[in-house]
Design a protein around this ligand. Structure first.
Ligand code: GLA
Length: 716
């Protein structure tokens, strides 16, 4: 398989195993199978069909999909309990097909094929000769986008039911292990921090069993050469298009080979396949480059800008929004909101978003989730009347919901206590005082679609913030197979989102899960932007947005200017810096603009202006990480560079200040060496080569948390 810059090669061995040979820089029409060597390796068993040949072992050979229980002792691609209760699967090649276009993946999101994409699919079938269990490996080559998507289909071709307890969507073997493992981990209010670890002997695993992809680990990882940096080196990206439990394991084996697997987390997963039934694993998007981490990020930015969401806002400028959450929390009335929006209009906002607290008795977070009817005291004219008054001011209107949840103190719970995930006889853990609705059930899915439909039809609502505020525990649903519930929940959620989107294609959806607890391509398929973190502190956001930028473009990252001292950290950061950081996402405000001083208002107006001036460059330009927030140099910097490389917007924030400190230099990237550029703020003209190689001195006069933003424009 060839993408524009990569080649992927596999081979059917003489004994019928599908061996992996190569994934890397493009090599045209070469048989690379000579890379595979065969030696007698002690304590690595030989398949029965190998007869007396002790040089063939599944424990050693690189494979496209590992067998299980038949002599490969590395981390496995599959675990299945056969009808006879044995747990063996031996994948023997039985056929393959190549066709134009992309494989179908029913009920699951995946990379979309756009009009001008050149796509071909390879399906390779592996069958266990005894149980009849059949695994079809599906590869879709997006040649022009330079990526390959993969998935796995399992079919019970035998006569007995099979229980699938582990199925990895991707298995990737390398013949070497000189890699670093980059992953993005954190916690609520501090998501996706960058971690880069050398491979160790044995296994390294990240994942989630919280029902969502989670704040703790993101389903995007990179394996890169030890010498790889932003500008150079080999990098492999793996992005899992799934919003529930996941696992990614990297193993360095006894011969310094590497295997990476990624898929649904096997803990508490068990899927029963009756004879003839199939299971579709979610998709993984693979990207490879030998040109460093920036290039790898750009590849994911490009595909997630164009090929994941179908929402009309995909290609449209996102509205500058004003969100009521940090401005008012639960404490507001119709008039106060309209007032807020009026001041918001003065800041230049396009959209006013009413966050939590507008429904039922929702005056705190103890109650009312599920009662999606306006609180008549707060909103006597309902969402409709409020939307009308906001629209009068020239702003669109948006609203917050948390449809997957229910408070025990709500009408919905009193009427349908059985609609929640709870184990009979075992009092359920609460998260933020709330329980989780069982989205695996059709009546619950219908209830959500119906109330959303009713709400969206009742008022002029242009935007919805879809929140999800707890990890899922006590997973149990009716009778039947409990090991399927986590996955059925995610499928139920996707079904609901699909139906709502289809019925209301004009609405912009922003995903949220206590900030970025479900920040993954599965959600981006439905929600073109996601609230990046509940932490709006601009200095912490530098790390959060830096980590997020490796796998996701800035147009997916919700980011707002909030007040100081910041509500999460109590830190005071200059307004200009808060603006610079928020405009490296989907820009907006999360404060009461009526409480700003005249000067602050003026400054915010100017920030909105600046954002509008540069929004195309920010959304469509290439994103460059210039100085990492972890570099220890006391500043962080990044830039947006236009596709023709004639224009850039450079951003710098001082994160740690010492008096009389070292002079630091900022080296730009992405410019053309041969062009001359005017550098705003410094008011100098320099060649691209000078700006990128020699750099610019970072102003020592800037104080802690101060920032600077300046344009760099080609003069000829
Ligand atoms: C979550 C979200 C916040 C806000 C609150 C409302 O924490 O991440 O942005 O919407 O819920 O309760």
């Amino acid at each position: 398989m060839h993408t524009s810059h990569s080649t992927y090669q596999m081979k059917i061995s003489e004994l019928g195993y599908l061996l992996h040979i190569y994934y890397g820089s493009r090599i045209d029409d070469e048989d690379l199978s000579g890379l595979l060597t065969h030696y007698d390796r002690g304590f690595s068993p030989n398949p029965n069909v190998a007869g007396r040949d002790r040089t063939v072992s599944l424990d050693v050979m690189p494979q496209e999909f590992s067998s299980a229980g038949v002599g490969d002792f590395r981390v496995s691609s599959i675990e299945a309990e056969n009808g006879d209760l044995s747990r063996a699967f031996e994948g023997k090649y039985t056929g393959h097909w190549i066709y134009e276009g992309k494989y179908s993946l029913p009920d699951l999101p995946g990379l979309r094929v756009r009009e001008n994409d050149r796509t071909d699919t390879l399906e390779a079938e592996l069958k266990d000769p005894v149980s009849g269990l059949t695994v079809t490996l599906c590869y879709c080559v997006f040649e022009n986008l330079d990526v390959i998507t993969r998935t796995v289909r399992v079919r019970n071709g035998g006569t007995e039911p099979v229980r699938l307890t582990r199925i990895m969507s991707v298995t990737m073997d390398w013949l070497e292990s000189d890699f670093d493992f980059i992953h993005f981990d954190g916690r609520h209010t501090m998501e996706r921090e960058f971690h880069r670890d050398p491979l160790i002997s044995g296994q390294q695993t990240i994942g989630s069993i919280r029902g969502t992809s989670s704040h703790q680990h993101n389903p995007f990882v990179i394996l890169c050469g030890k010498d790889a940096g932003e500008e150079h080196g080999e990098c492999y990206g793996f992005s899992f298009v799934y919003s529930g439990n996941f696992q990614c394991t990297v193993e360095k084996d006894q011969f310094d080979q590497t295997r990476l697997v990624m898929g649904i987390h096997p803990d508490r997963f068990s899927w029963k396949l009756e004879p003839g039934e199939s299971f579709f694993a979610p998709e993984v998007i693979l990207a490879y480059t030998d040109r460093g981490l920036t290039k790898l990020s750009h590849m994911y930015h490009d595909i997630f800008r164009t090929n994941i969401s179908s929402n009309i806002y995909r290609n449209k400028k996102r509205p500058v929004l004003l969100n009521s959450w940090e401005a008012a929390y639960f404490d507001f009335r119709h008039e106060t909101l309209v007032d807020m929006a009026r001041h918001g209009a003065e800041l230049g906002a396009d959209l006013f978003v009413l966050d939590d607290g507008w429904f039922g008795d929702r005056n705190n977070d103890f109650c009312a989730l599920g009662d999606w009817k306006e609180n008549p005291e707060k909103l006597p004219r309902g969402l409709k009347g409020l939307a009308e008054d906001i629209n009068e001011l020239g702003l669109d209107f948006g609203v917050w919901v948390e449809p997957e949840m229910v408070s025990e103190n709500s009408r919905l719970y009193r009427e349908h206590p059985d609609w929640t995930l709870q184990i009979p006889g075992r009092p359920a853990a609460r998260g933020r005082y709330q329980l989780v609705l069982d989205l695996s059930r059709e009546e619950v899915q219908n209830y959500i679609v119906d109330f959303m439909d009713e709400m969206l039809s009742s008022a002029n609502i242009a935007y919805v913030k879809w929140d999800m505020n707890r990890s899922i525990s006590e997973v149990w649903s009716g009778g039947g197979n409990q090991g399927a519930v986590f996955h059925r929940y995610v499928l139920g959620l996707y079904r609901v989102l699909e139906r709502i989107e289809n019925a209301h294609p004009e609405v912009l959806f922003e995903g949220c899960s206590g900030g970025g607890g479900r920040f993954d391509p599965g959600m981006l398929y439905y929600h073109p932007q996601i609230w990046c973190s509940d932490n709006t502190d601009a200095i912490n956001r530098l790390k959060i947005q830096y980590g997020t930028s490796f796998g996701y473009p800035v147009c997916t990252m919700g980011a707002h200017v909030s007040v100081c001292p910041n509500h999460q950290t109590k830190r005071a950061v200059p307004l200009g810096t808060r603006g610079i950081v928020a405009m490296s996402g989907t820009f907006g405000y999360e404060l009461d603009p009526g409480k700003l001083t005249a000067r602050e208002k003026e400054e915010c107006r100017a920030l909105t202006e600046t954002y509008r001036t540069y929004s195309s460059l920010i959304d469509q330009g290439d994103y460059y990480r210039l100085e990492s927030p972890y570099s220890g140099k006391g500043f962080t910097a990044w830039a947006f560079v236009s596709r023709d490389r004639r224009e850039a917007l450079v951003n710098v924030v001082i994160t740690d200040k010492e008096p009389n400190g070292a002079q630091r230099y900022l080296k730009l990237r992405g410019l053309r060496e041969d062009l001359r550029y005017h550098v705003e703020r410094y008011d100098i003209c320099r060649s691209g080569a000078a700006l990128m190689r020699a750099g610019l001195p970072v102003d020592l006069g800037l104080g802690e948390y101060e920032g600077m933003q300046f344009a760099v424009t080609a003069v000829r």
